[in-house]
Design a protein around this ligand. Structure first.
Ligand SMILES: Nc1nc2c(ncn2[C@@H]2O[C@H](COP(=O)(O)OP(=O)(O)OP(=O)(O)O)[C@@H](O)[C@H]2O)c(=O)[nH]1
Ligand SMILES: [Mg+2]
Length: 315
């Protein structure tokens, strides 16, 4: 290909799929840096997260989105809207699925929605490392048929990858670039994300809570950064003081988050501090509090206060 054929591409690519399929892992892999939090539990990501990849051939703005699922709470409604609202707004849809034998209800929902828009779609079969190569072909065939039957006429390819190992990711990137329109970049070339350090710090704390706590407790948690200030220590080095609150839904959850003699809260704090120090490249002094806001997941005002503004995506 001549260089001029690929020069100056620019556009948006949304990453959608059901919960836990590996969307955030893929986005981090694509930009080569950890911005979005990940966990083995479904419904980890709650908002749209925007990251930017700039290369000589152009710029891609990726949107990592919450997993699409059937939902009963206002927070769940917000999350699904945050994902679905991207479908029409972008230049390419990266739809992640897993190499399983059956299509899930959630995936049928996505097929239906994606067939209604004219945006180019790539079906990305993630976690290809979890099956033998020979098992992938029937999966590709099955998705081809599913897409045809659902009238997904904008399907541009089916690409197996592993977000975990990186296998197939550069082919995927080439395909995304080939589908983007030519145009000026949307962001400066040194910009990696539109998330603030505060947003990322709050998410890191939530990630540690998700990974360390068992069962339903972490799904009812929100994290608020109350204050975040850098100061110079006597020896001239920088330190960042962060005060943050973990919000939970009930007293019993608060006790679990704090743990016996405060052990759990300490664990969450230590793990989060290490990651935040890596992000900020300086020492961090992290203080964590635990607060109760009863049923905050169904209260529009509180949702907005914790960064989940339901009006943002409601059309
Ligand atoms: N084996 C394998 N596991 C993967 C791969 N990609 C992601 N995972 C794992 O799948 C789990 C979910 O990953 P996430 O990236 O958090 O998934 P997500 O789709 O963003 O999930 P939600 O935000 O909850 O919708 C994690 O335990 C990842 O380590 C992969 O390519 N192979
Ligand atoms: Mg995610």
């Amino acid at each position: 290909m001549r260089e001029t054929d690929i020069a100056g591409k620019s556009g948006f690519a949304t990453i959608i799929g059901r919960p836990n399929v590996g969307k955030s892992t893929l986005m981090n892999r694509l930009i080569g840096q950890k911005i979005a939090i990940t966990s083995y539990k479904p419904q980890t990501t709650r908002t749209q997260i925007r990251t930017i990849l700039t290369e000589e051939r152009g710029q891609i703005v990726f949107l990592d989105t919450p997993g699409i699922h059937a939902t009963r709470t206002r927070l769940g409604e917000f999350m699904v809207k945050a994902a679905e609202s991207t479908l029409k707004e972008v230049d390419v849809i990266l739809w992640l699925v897993e190499p399983k034998k059956k299509t899930t209800e959630e995936e049928r929902l996505i097929l239906e929605r994606a067939a209604k828009v004219s945006t180019p779609v790539l079906i990305v079969i993630n976690k290809a490392d979890s099956v033998k190569k020979a098992e992938l072909l029937p999966v590709i065939d099955r998705w081809q048929k599913e897409a045809q039957e659902a009238g997904l006429s904008s399907l541009k390819g089916i690409i197996p990858i592993s977000a975990r190992t990186g296998a197939g990711v550069s082919d995927l990137l080439d395909t995304v670039f080939s589908l983007l329109p030519e145009g000026e970049p949307y962001y400066d070339e040194d910009e990696i994300t539109t998330e603030t350090e505060r947003d990322i710090a709050a998410e890191i704390i939530r990630e540690k809570a998700l990974r360390l706590l068992q069962e339903e407790v972490p799904h009812g948690i929100a994290v608020m950064i109350e204050s975040m200030k850098e100061r110079t220590r006597k020896d001239g080095s920088l330190i960042c003081d962060i005060d943050a609150s973990i919000i939970c839904e009930r007293e019993s959850h608060k006790l679990i988050v704090i743990g016996k003699k405060g052990e759990m809260l300490k664990k969450i704090g230590t793990a989060a501090r290490t990651d935040i120090e890596q992000m900020l490249q300086c020492k961090v002094n992290l203080k964590l509090w635990v607060k109760i806001r009863k049923d905050w997941k169904d209260n529009d005002l509180q949702l907005k206060h914790f960064g989940y503004d339901i009006k943002k995506y409601r059309k």
